[in-house]
Design a protein around this ligand. Structure first.
Ligand code: NDP
Length: 286
């Protein structure tokens, strides 16, 4: 059996058209386009590439994306003051602070001041609490994109056995919460899980967020399972996922490729969150 491809790139292209249409309607109604502020601290080349990609997708969707580049030597107090400024700026609908930050700055310093209403990356404790409780809140974009892929391909989720490999706050844990909200029976695995292969073999849905190249192989996949691979691992030629695509596709029913799977959908979910932050901002102002 060869799996059906869960083509995240094709879905992202389709959703880009949908989002652009929603942005046009928003602008026609309200006289302004939603805007994202991206805070970049220091000179991390990978972050710069990522920010350029974000800016391009915002332009394509008809939204604003403004970068604030701060020196790596900035103090905690100065960084917090900049974030507070953006919190108060009515033209800014959403804010992302590019992580990781140069030492000694930390993510906690950002989340302690970042307005949860503008936290379109879903990194604040308030948003984590809200989606944990099933009360809305911005979900981190990568797992949100993975769920969107499953849902838009009609993968059955209710009652399904879902195994999430990885428990980070930005991918694994929120992915588990999203699957639970769709009534899957969820197991979360990590580096101390005993007999990982046996646990994964029970899964109708496998979500891999480990950061280890090709560690999940075809012999671990239950025939017909849906496999969502969040992994981005540098390889000789480009990048590879956490799943060994070649062997896994022989067992799986559906599988995301790397690249072209969850990656492109991450950007789309950031666009959607920013549009939604703009709408919520207007609702609060009324
Ligand atoms: P982290 O390093 O924060 O978390 C990795 C998780 O995998 C941890 O929970 C760790 O367990 C677990 N783990 C590590 N080794 C094993 C093992 N041998 N067996 C079982 N579990 C293991 O990574 P992230 O969640 O930030 O990222 C995961 C992957 O997703 C990376 O490849 C990253 O590049 C990618 N990523 C992709 C994005 C996208 O847009 N598609 C965005 C963000 C990340 P423990 O907690 O016990 O240490």
């Amino acid at each position: 059996m060869t799996a059906q491809l869960l083509d995240g790139k094709a879905l992202a292209d389709k959703e880009m058209v949908e989002v652009a249409e929603e942005v046009r309607a928003f602008q026609a109604e309200n006289g302004f386009a939603p805007g994202l502020a991206v805070v970049l601290v220091g000179e991390d080349p990978a972050s710069k590439v990522y920010v350029r990609r974000i800016a391009k997708s915002f332009t394509e969707a008809g939204m604003e994306c403004n970068q604030m580049v701060l020196p790596g030597s900035i103090s905690e107090a100065e960084l917090k003051a900049k974030i507070r400024e953006l919190n108060e700026d009515p033209k800014v609908s959403g804010i992302i602070v590019q992580l990781p930050l140069p030492k000694p700055l930390t993510q906690d310093m950002v989340t302690s001041v970042l307005s949860s209403a503008k936290d379109v990356d879903g990194i604040t404790p308030t948003n984590a609490g809200l989606y944990y409780l099933g009360q809305g809140g911005f979900v981190p974009n990568t797992p949100a994109g993975g769920m969107e892929i499953l849902k838009r391909h009609g993968i059955p989720l209710k009652g399904a056995n879902a195994v999430v490999v990885g428990r980070s706050n930005i991918v694994g844990k929120p992915m588990a919460m999203l699957l639970l909200a769709e009534h899957a029976t969820v197991t979360i695995c990590h580096s101390r899980t005993r007999d990982l292969a046996a646990v994964i073999r029970q899964a109708d849905i496998v979500a891999a967020a480990v950061g280890q190249a090709k560690m999940i192989t075809g012999d671990m996949i239950k025939p017909g399972a849906a496999v969502v691979d969040f992994g981005i691992n540098p390889a000789e030629k480009g990048i590879v996922g956490d799943v060994d695509f070649e062997s896994a596709k022989e067992a799986a029913g559906w599988i995301t490729p790397v690249p072209g799977g969850t990656g492109p959908m991450t950007n789309i979910m950031l666009l959607r969150n920013t549009l939604s932050a703009a709408r919520r901002g207007l609702a609060r102002a009324k």
